[in-house]
Design a protein around this ligand. Structure first.
Ligand code: SF4
Length: 358
């Protein structure tokens, strides 16, 4: 079973904090989709269990382009209950677009709201207001979407703890099936990096995170990954593939793939991609690489990593292989009969622990 990712790099405007491969562009959209369809047509795969159309802002382009992508993908053997997601941003959606998505088989939508307060949205240079989000959300329901994710961010400039709680209160009142909540990371190659930002301190950041877990749990959202929360049965099938090292193929600019233990990456150069160049990096993973990935990707999930699964895949005893790490971080991990997971303190220093496996 394979999962497919399709990257649409276009956005209406670049947000000040964003370091994704995305940009405003109206000139190359048609050529880009031609190249994308060519790449899809040149690939053969087994059964498909999930598809994720991400970006960028896939909802920014005319829905006819999305229909073309779905038509091209229909040559594959797509499972009848496959999860098919599209990412969307408020300010680029209308009811007609949403109905088109539904009619071509898309059954999950991930909406980038980020914050409830219009002042914060402006600080982030988002293109939308809360009111536009609410109007879009209503249309998402009208179009028949039941599997809806809302992306949120905390630790934002000028964001108080109460503003974050207010965001959570209002968003959970809408009862989406899934919520993602990420702490803002100010990346070096973004405008935010050179700005003097009034950010919440570390203590407030952690308070926002831990109280979000408790609050979301009280509203029926179970945390299943460091930043992801879902109502029963609505975890993201596609993202779990990444964390569990399942096979996936990425199409489009800069898209990554993992096939037969080989990691590949497409070019990030738009002209090269349009002219037919695709994979520019390819690395066959060694057993050591695969074991490390098993650990640092799997530990992102709250259920942790399976000790017997590790033995089955690598014929090695995880407890012996990583004994030094487990001893060093014994206060931060929980060892159960057949699993190892990060505890609450471990999640706070997860990046430090993950580095130990490299
Ligand atoms: S909409 Fe998303 S992908 Fe586009 S610039 Fe903003 S954060 Fe980046």
């Amino acid at each position: 079973m394979t999962s497919l990712y399709i990257h649409i790099p276009f956005c209406k405007r670049k947000c000040l904090y964003c370091d994704f491969l995305s940009f405003p562009d109206t000139e190359h959209i048609n050529e880009y989709f031609d190249a994308l369809i060519k790449e899809i047509n040149a690939f053969d795969c087994k059964r498909v269990k999930s598809i994720f159309i991400g970006g960028g802002t896939p909802s920014y382009v005319d829905s006819g382009y999305i229909v073309r992508i779905m038509d091209a993908l229909s040559r594959y053997n797509i499972d009848s209950n496959a999860e098919i997601t599209i990412e969307a941003n408020p300010g680029t959606l209308d009811l007609e677009k949403l109905k088109t998505y539904r009619s071509c088989g898309i059954n999950r939508i991930s909406i980038g709201l980020q914050a409830w307060q219009n002042d914060l949205l402006k600080t982030l240079s988002r293109i939308h207001t809360r009111e536009e989000f609410l109007e879009n959300f209503e249309n998402v329901l009208k179009a028949g979407f039941e599997n809806i994710n809302i992306d949120l961010m905390f630790s934002l400039p000028h964001q108080s703890y109460d503003m974050w709680l207010d965001t959570l209160e209002n968003v959970t009142a809408l009862e989406p099936a899934h919520i993602s909540a990420y702490s803002l990371i100010v990346e070096e190659n973004t405008p935010f990096y050179d700005m003097s930002l009034d950010l919440p301190d570390d203590e407030t950041d952690r308070k926002m995170y831990h109280n979000a877990i408790a609050f979301l749990s009280s509203r029926g959202y179970k945390q299943y990954e460091i930043s992801n929360f879902a109502k029963e049965g609505f975890h993201s099938v596609h993202n779990c593939v990444y964390w569990q090292r399942g096979e996936y193929k990425g199409f489009g600019l800069g898209a990554a793939s993992l096939i037969d233990n080989c990691r590949m990456k497409n070019t990030e150069n738009l002209c090269d991609y349009i002219n037919g160049a695709t994979v520019v990096e390819s690395e066959r993973l060694t057993k050591a690489d695969r074991m490390a990935e098993y650990m640092f990707l799997g530990l992102r999930m709250t259920k942790g990593v399976s000790i017997s699964g590790f033995k089955k895949e690598f014929d090695e005893d995880m407890l012996i292989k990583y004994r030094n790490v487990f001893e060093k971080y014994s206060d931060f991990i929980e060892i159960n009969e057949d699993s190892i997971r990060l505890n609450e303190k471990g999640i706070d220093i997860s990046n430090m622990i993950f580095c130990e496996f490299l």
